[in-house]
Design a protein around this ligand. Structure first.
Ligand code: ADP
Length: 536
């Protein structure tokens, strides 16, 4: 066979050559922006010329602080195909963390959406290493800013040439992109994605038993483009010629529902809290979601009750998947095997509520505290270890934390899981969220998923609270359905749990709250809940 490097320019060329008339739709500040992959390609070439004019060298880190929009998508391919590394900044980081990741990555240029400029203005003194700021706006004039030197994206693009000869001789292990994962303790940890890793991961998104993403799809990523590259979907969609619908700045759930209907979206991707919000709105407003073939749900466990409600009320399935920043991210996809279709309905739902089967290409191990493989019986818990061509090999410039997380050539995920006889993996918990009661483990994820199947409950997050006798006991923070507020007692929830979980799993406390705090990527923020209700 030929020696043929796996490079992202293959994605760019294919979109331009085979799908020049397919559309990218983007919700901009002034309305809906539409263009084709032919237009996209031209602007990506112009952007590569702009990078050269700004003095960007191969290997330099170029950052984006942006929503899901067409300019961000242009950076997605222009920067890596030029030979630089796209660092997608999490726009919800606290300012000290934002300054930390920009300096740790040594970003040379930052491309920033106009409404996010204040985030950089606020930390300008700390950004001595950044050579240029480029503001992405639909307006003619630049908004007021203290940053310098500052340029307008559209002006730079307008004066650049349409032609750019993207290099063919990059090594496939060349870094293409990077993200930081929010660490619970200490500073955020950087993960580098290579051309090869992103190329193979994109192929995996197209496999029939993962997302089966194809040219026929219209994909709406609600997952931010700074959260593990919107789960890799922008690369795969561009390669396959799928129509992309990018929801822009601060999309609320109504904007998302309208875009799904108007643009006939077939696949949308987001974390469970997004889908809980969509379900609540759909129950009031009744949208026509007939174009949708699946709602991809990952980042946290999809509760069984949510999966059932989507089938029965929304009319399109939840496609449950698991991954992490260190894994590009796709690792498990939950789809029943063909013979499982004959199982009783409830058992099928139990199966899909698990995180699913390992996708082709990766290897896993599940080990106990002594490093021994656990039995595949759906009961024994162990830590999940992973390796493969799209699993990170280390944290960027962080030898100490890399040593423990990547010991022995495996990524140690800190996720505690079981594996059943069919090979389906179930995430019991992140190790820090497990509740250790009297020497036994209680899975907060299992408990909250059952609580969320209570008809009066909209959201539930379970945390450990300290206990003199048992060391830790579970407490459930619960948001009630709007019409049931003030009418639900502790016993209503615990009676409902009787018979569904072991008696000693019953929460000691039900804390009714108006809202569960969310992390920067929309997951239940258990760290915050622990600070509020468990003293640490
Ligand atoms: P953060 O650490 O900021 O949440 P990541 O997206 O990298 O960012 O988090 C990855 C973690 O999210 C995994 O290690 C796992 O604990 C959790 N996770 C991801 N997908 C699922 C899922 N489908 N079910 C349960 N947990 C999930």
């Amino acid at each position: 066979m030929m020696e043929y490097p796996l490079l992202l320019r293959s994605i760019l060329d294919r979109a331009n050559e085979l799908f020049p008339q397919k559309e990218v739709v983007s919700r901009d500040y002034t309305g809906i922006h539409r263009y084709t992959y032919a237009d996209y390609y031209r602007r990506v070439c112009r952007l590569a010329n702009v990078l050269r004019e700004l003095g960007v060298k191969k290997g330099d880190r170029v950052a984006s602080l942006a929503w899901n929009n067409h300019r961000h998508l242009e950076l997605y391919l222009a920067v890596p195909c030029y030979g630089a590394v796209l660092h997608t900044l999490n726009l919800r980081l606290f300012s000290e963390q934002l300054a930390y990741v920009i300096n740790h990555a040594e970003d040379s240029v930052i491309f920033v959406d106009e409404d996010l400029l204040p985030l950089l203005d606020g930390i300008k003194e700390k950004l001595g290493g950044v050579r240029h700021f480029v503001v992405m706006t639909d307006r003619r004039e630049l908004p007021a800013t203290s940053l310098s030197p500052v340029h307008a994206y559209e002006e730079l693009i307008a004066s650049a040439s349409d032609n750019f000869d993207f290099s063919r001789d990059l090594d496939e292990y060349t870094p293409a992109a990077m993200c930081y994962t929010t660490a619970t303790t200490g500073d955020p940890k950087g993960v580098i994605y290579t051309h090869r890793g992103l190329y193979l991961h994109s192929m995996c998104l197209g496999m029939a038993d993962s997302l089966a993403l194809s040219e026929e799809d219209t994909l709406l990523p609600i997952v931010p483009m700074f959260h593990v590259n919107a789960w890799g979907t922008p690369f795969a969609c561009t390669w396959f010629g799928s129509k992309q619908v990018l929801p822009g700045s601060r999309p609320d759930i109504k904007v998302i529902c309208d875009l799904i209907v108007e643009e006939k979206v077939s696949l949308a991707a987001g974390v469970p809290t997004v889908w809980m919000g969509l379900l609540a709105l759909h129950r009031k407003a009744r949208y026509d979601f007939s174009s949708v073939r699946g709602f991809v749900c990952g980042g946290s466990a999809a509760p069984k009750s949510l999966i059932q409600a989507f089938d029965k009320e929304v009319g399109a399935p939840i496609l449950h998947a698991y991954g992490m920043t260190e894994t590009t991210p796709l690792v498990f996809a939950s789809k029943p095997k063909s013979y499982m279709k004959d199982w009783p309905e409830d058992k099928i739902y139990d199966q899909i509520a698990k995180q699913g089967l390992l996708v082709p290409g990766l290897e896993m191990k599940v080990v106990d505290e002594e490093g021994r493989d656990v039995a595949w019986d759906g009961k024994q818990m162990g830590e999940l270890l992973l390796r493969g061509p799209w699993i990170a090999k280390e944290y960027y410039k962080d030898p100490e934390r890399s040593m423990s997380a990547f010991a022995g050539g495996w990524l140690h995920t800190s996720d505690i899981v079981t594996v059943d006889e069919e090979g389906f993996v179930n995430i019991a918990d992140r190790s820090k969220d497990l509740i250790k009661s009297g020497g036994e483990w209680i899975s907060s994820v299992d408990l909250e998923n059952i609580i969320m199947s209570h008809p009066d409950v909209q959201e539930a997050a379970v945390i450990a609270i300290p206990d003199e006798k048992w060391m830790e006991r579970p407490a459930a923070c619960v948001v009630l359905q709007e019409d049931r507020r003030g009418q639900v007692e502790y016993e209503d929830i615990t009676n409902f749990l009787q018979g569904k979980v072991a008696k000693w799993w019953l929460p000691d406390k039900i804390i009714v709250v108006d809202e569960i705090p969310k992390t920067s990527v929309g997951k239940f923020d258990k760290k915050m809940l622990r600070q509020r209700y468990a003293g640490g």
